[in-house]
Design a protein around this ligand. Sequence first.
Ligand SMILES: C[S@@+](CC[C@H](N)C(=O)[O-])C[C@H]1O[C@@H](n2cnc3c(N)ncnc32)[C@H](O)[C@@H]1O
Length: 187
Amino acid sequence: MAQTLERVLPFSKQLLEKAVNSGDVVIDATAGNGYDTLFLAELVGQTGHVYSFDVQEEAMTSTKAKLNEEHINHVTLIHDGHQHVLNYVKQPISAAIFNLGYLPGSDQSITTHGETTWKAVTDMLGLLKKNGIIILVIYHGHDEGKLERHYLEQCFETLDPKTTQVLTYQFINRKTAPFIVAIEKLH
Ligand SMILES: C[S@@+](CC[C@H](N)C(=O)[O-])C[C@H]1O[C@@H](n2cnc3c(N)ncnc32)[C@H](O)[C@@H]1O
């Protein structure tokens, strides 16, 4: 029988399905192997657009291959850090997703960092439409991930509850398992 409480990744997809409509502009802030980019591209459809960032050439190559297999061309792949989002994205967005940490099976030193993640989140909040969401899947089982988690938790607390609501979704009896922070823009 299926578990009643959704696991973290399916839950993040449910949130995206709720926030995103066909024709929307959205961001995958950490392309990696391209799974989220592909999911977002399907959600927004041909009339929408996905901007997908990653600092690693390897991520660009594997995401491009996935998109080509599905004949998807409404995605812009950006080989740059998500902290530079405003150089590339000018339109309102309805969602962004960050899968933090490093690419599994790849160089673990190429990982996300609290300061640059937070810069990207605040810039994307400026682009976000009312009731749009930014989802962060936080991996804190590795050393840099622990630092990033603590840094970001302090930042999230500074967000004004009049303009944003911030949810955590976490299995608190699984100490090192990834968890979600979702930020919805209210105004
Ligand atoms: C956990 S992986 C992402 C997994 C991906 N969502 C997928 O579906 O396969 C994290 C990715 O973040 C990338 N990354 C690290 N720092 C970054 C930055 N400043 N901007 C964009 N991507 C970054 C890494 O290169 C890595 O590919």
